[in-house]
Design a protein around this ligand. Structure first.
Ligand code: ADP
Ligand code: ZN
Length: 296
């Protein structure tokens, strides 16, 4: 079985071929330029490989409503050339196969639920803390959609009492992304995240904000696993700080062992590492093939 997987990121595109067992046999990656440059590369890659279905996890926001004229497009991104770009329609012109289409973070949540840290569980929340902050939600065996799709990166957060940074989100200023994404770290401290020492106050602030979002996810969604990925989470000291802060803010209110003695196994890095998005796209492709009635 040959399933195409596309992780359409704001920084890079990753395309790969995988199978129904969650094995990816090959992949390539290239920087995200304007669609006129990037999409021909995607199409050329799959032309040579003829997948039976294609799954796409895309940067967003995206249109996920099957009945909408804009279904399958990216909507309001500031990324040059991509606002309202009909990504799915462009692929359909070249490949007549079933398609799975979702946000990059919902895809990653699916990948983690099928083959990663949340394997065997019915629900998880996947956070990426990178250039932006995104939150994907998997529940009841599928990614969560509704009015649009979850946008947990932009929830309001309570300001750390010692943090004078105004916030970097162009829409909200000091929302979660505005306070905790990689560019906010850099703007606040004057150096990029990787250059900050492990014992720097930056990580106390970072954990304070990320923990608020995790607490909100626990209280609103009750996920069976919380997975924290993205470039900023490559700072391993953040995990214990975040777990501690989540326990402090929940203060014993939610009665679950996973939040007390089991917290080290509850708030975890992606089981699929940096490839959660690509595996997630594979999961979406497989689901699309199943939904089309073809035997998987
Ligand atoms: P993207 O969000 O663009 O897909 P990443 O998840 O790699 O990409 O996130 C990139 C952001 O993460 C940048 O702001 C970068 O400075 C930050 N970052 C990358 N590696 C680290 C690290 N080891 N420690 C802290 N911040 C990091
Ligand atoms: Zn915001």
């Amino acid at each position: 079985m040959r399933i195409g997987a596309i992780e359409a990121g704001g920084t890079k595109f990753v395309c790969g071929i995988g199978n129904e067992h969650g094995q990816i046999s090959e992949s390539i990656s290239f920087p995200t330029e304007r669609p006129e440059e990037t999409m021909p590369r995607v199409i050329a890659y799959f032309k040579d490989r003829q997948p039976e279905a294609i799954g796409i996890g895309s940067f967003g926001p995206i249109d996920l409503h099957p009945g909408s004229p804009g279904y399958g497009s990216i909507t309001t991104t500031p990324k040059p050339g991509w606002a309202h770009y009909p990504l799915l329609a462009e692929l359909k012109r070249h490949f007549d196969v079933p398609y799975g289409w979702d946000t990059d973070v919902n895809a990653a949540a699916c990948g983690e639920a099928l083959w990663g840290a949340a394997r065997g569980l019915g629900s998880c929340a996947y956070f990426t803390i990178g250039t932006g902050v995104g939150v994907g939600v998997y529940a009841g065996g599928r990614p969560v959609h509704g009015l649009v799709h979850p946008e947990g990166g932009h929830i309001p957060v309570r300001r750390h009492p010692e943090d004078g940074f105004p916030g970097a989100c162009p829409y909200h200023g000091d929302c979660l992304e505005g306070m905790a994404a990689g560019p906010a770290l850099e703007a606040r401290w004057g150096v990029k995240g990787p250059q900050l020492p492990a014992d720097h106050a930056a990580w106390t602030f970072e954990a304070y904000y990320v923990a608020q979002a995790v607490t909100a996810a626990v209280l609103m969604l009750s996920p069976e696993k919380v997975i924290l990925g993205g470039g900023v989470m490559q700072q391993p000291q953040l995990y214990p700080l975040i777990r501690q802060e989540v326990q402090r803010s929940l203060n014993g209110y939610v009665d679950a062992l996973d939040l007390t003695v089991g917290i080290d196994g509850y708030i975890v890095p992606p089981g699929l590492g940096g490839q959660a998005g690509l595996y997630g796209a594979l999961a979406l492709g497989l689901q699309a093939l199943e939904a089309s009635g073809q035997k998987v």
